[in-house]
Design a protein around this ligand. Sequence first.
Ligand SMILES: Nc1ncnc2c1ncn2[C@@H]1O[C@H](COP(=O)(O)OP(=O)(O)OP(=O)(O)O)[C@@H](O)[C@H]1O
Ligand SMILES: [Mg+2]
Length: 259
Amino acid sequence: MSKRIEVNDLNVYYSSFLAVEGVSMNIEPRSVTAFIGPSGCGKSTFLRTLNRMHEVIPGARVEGEVLLDGDDLYGPGVDPVLVRRQVGMVFQRPNPFPTMSIRENVLAGVNLNNRKLSKSDTDDLAERSLSGANLWNEVKDRLDKPGSGLSGGQQQRLCIARAIAVSPEVLLMDEPCSALDPISTLAIEDLIDELKQEYTIVIVTHNMQQASRVSDRTAFFNIAGTGKPGKLIEFDDTKKIFSTPAEKATEDYVSGRFG
Ligand SMILES: Nc1ncnc2c1ncn2[C@@H]1O[C@H](COP(=O)(O)OP(=O)(O)OP(=O)(O)O)[C@@H](O)[C@H]1O
Ligand SMILES: [Mg+2]
C-alpha cells in the first residue's frame, strides 16, 4: 500500500470561479506532505481534488491531471467511489455517525455484503483499524456504545480508524486537529508519524509547529487578493521551507509576518 500522487497543471473551478490555478506537484509515498497558506488560498479545495470529493459540489470541476501511481483519477470510466476508497479523507471536525456504535462506525465504509466477511473477520478488521488509530485500548470494552459518546480526540481517532479500515493508499486530512486540545493533537501527530510507514499522507494545517513537527515536505499556497486564484508558491523539504525558503512570501508566512 501507499502510492505516489502526481498532479499536472491542475486548475480547480467552482462554476466560472477559478479557485486554484496551475498546480503541479509530486506527493511521495510513505511520507507526510503538509499544505499551508492563508485562509481562502484553496488548500481544502485542492485537497478535495485528490480524491474527487470536489466534484460533489454542483458546478465544481477540474482541468489537468491527478495520477495515482500513474493512473489518472479523472480518466474516462474511472469510478469516483473507488477513487475515494483508495484515497481516504479525514475532516476538520470529527464526524462519526451519531446513531452507530463504535464498531459500526469503524466498519461503515467497508462493504460487508460484497466481501462476505465472517463475524470474526470483521471483528479482526475492527480491532486492527482501531489499533492502527491508537484507539483500541480505550474503546475495546465499549465497542457497542455510540461513537458520539467518545471525547473529541477519540472521535477523531475513530474517524481515522474508519478511514484506514477500507485499506486506502492515501490519507488526506484537512486540519484534523483544529477542534482538538493540545494533548489530543499530540496523540494525532504521533499517530500520523506511525501511519506514514504505510500510507501516503497529506495534511492541511494552520499550525506552523504542527507542519514542521509532522511533515517531510511542505507546500505553501498563497492568493494575490480576493477573487484571484490560489497558487502553489513553493514546495520543498519542510526543513528548507521553515529555515531558508526560496520565496519571500513563504518566509513572511512561516515567520508569521502575514496571514
Ligand atoms: N463550495 C464552494 N463554492 C464556491 N466557492 C467556494 C466553495 N468552497 C470554497 N470556495 C472558495 O474557494 C476559495 C478557496 O477556498 P478553500 O476553502 O479551499 O480555502 P482554504 O485555503 O482551505 O481556507 P481555510 O484555511 O480558511 O480553510 C475561496 O475563495 C472560497 O470562498
Ligand atoms: Mg480549508
